[in-house]
Design a protein around this ligand. Structure first.
Ligand SMILES: [Zn+2]
Length: 308
């Protein structure tokens, strides 16, 4: 295997993730604005992933547009970008105001821990909430209707990270962020969580044939997440973790067969009729039969076997 392909298979994600959070911590410690640091690292990571998709594609066909690029770009910039710019500060501001107004008497956050451990704690706390709201999005009808946009993707590549309904993004933020705030997480821990999420999210949906080995027991990375996007089978009801896979392991929904086995197809039954345009997808959760596109919600959640 040529060095660049080997780099993308085994090294690119760990290097970008651990190097990225280390660099972000250093930059923010020197007074650089967290928003700029998160955005800058997201751009650099996106460039690394886009090159990797050409060097070592998981599926060559997924590198060709499926008439989805513009829609995904609009979701990434307007749906996710809009929520990030407007809703997230509002949630954080409300929580900060409540903490001041109510004078929350507890703060069990271990501010004396080294920052990597604080980041691990922030991820673990947020992921517990994320696991249950994501699992709920696959089992509760109206939540699935908000989440179906994400699973209507005809292929998996770096831009899928932003393909979400703004209401779905808001619902997820309403779970993820308070989980950390309830523990008294300081702004620095929140900022590091956002850095980690930005880097991880771009790799999670990438069309790179990467292999994480033992790290597949820590991160909810592309090898696992492709099964989450599987059209049918046990993988379609597994791997709900956003950044980490640990809560799937705890609650019995981690699923990873041998690396040589791939999902037959991605999406969900009935997605042929799902809107493909940006505005149509924004309206889709509020239109038609309330059970339409709810096949995943109607199916039982089965305990999935745990792979290697
Ligand atoms: Zn999902």
């Amino acid at each position: 295997m040529r060095p660049l392909r080997a780099f993308y298979r085994y090294v690119a994600f760990p290097l970008c993730f651990f190097g990225g959070v280390w660099l972000a911590h250093g930059l923010m410690a020197r007074g650089h604005a967290p928003g700029l640091v998160v955005s800058g690292l997201a751009v650099v990571t996106a460039v690394v992933v886009i090159i990797g998709e050409q060097v070592l594609p998981y599926a060559a066909a997924w590198n060709r547009s499926h008439r989805d690029t513009l829609t995904d770009l609009l979701h990434s910039t307007l749906s996710n970008g809009g929520v990030s710019a407007l809703v997230r500060p509002a949630i954080l501001g409300l929580a900060a105001w409540l903490a001041t107004a109510v004078e929350v008497p507890w703060s069990i956050w271990p501010t004396g821990w080294p920052w990597p451990l604080q980041l691990a704690l922030a991820l673990t706390a947020a992921e517990f909430a994320h696991y249950w709201i994501h699992r709920g999005m696959h089992t509760v009808g109206w939540l699935w209707k908000l989440h179906a946009i994400h699973h209507s993707a005809p292929r998996l590549y770096w831009l899928n990270a932003g393909r979400s309904h703004p209401l779905a993004v808001t619902v997820i933020l309403l779970f993820d962020l308070p989980a950390m705030l309830l523990l008294g997480a300081p702004d620095a821990a929140l900022a590091m969580y956002l850095v980690a999420t930005a880097i991880h999210g771009l790799f999670q949906h990438c069309n790179i044939d990467l292999r994480l080995g033992p790290l597949n027991h820590v991160f909810s990375m592309a090898e696992l997440h492709r099964w989450h996007h599987a059209r049918t089978g046990p993988g379609a009801f597994a791997n709900y973790g956003g950044n980490l896979i640990i809560w799937d392991t705890v609650f019995g929904t981690r699923y990873l067969p041998d690396a040589g086995i791939a999902p037959d197809a991605i999406g969900f039954e009935g997605d042929e009729a799902y809107p493909t345009g940006f505005l149509g997808q924004l309206a889709a959760p509020f239109q038609g039969d309330p059970n339409a596109f709810g096949q995943r919600a109607a199916a039982p959640v089965e305990r999935a076997p745990t792979g290697p």
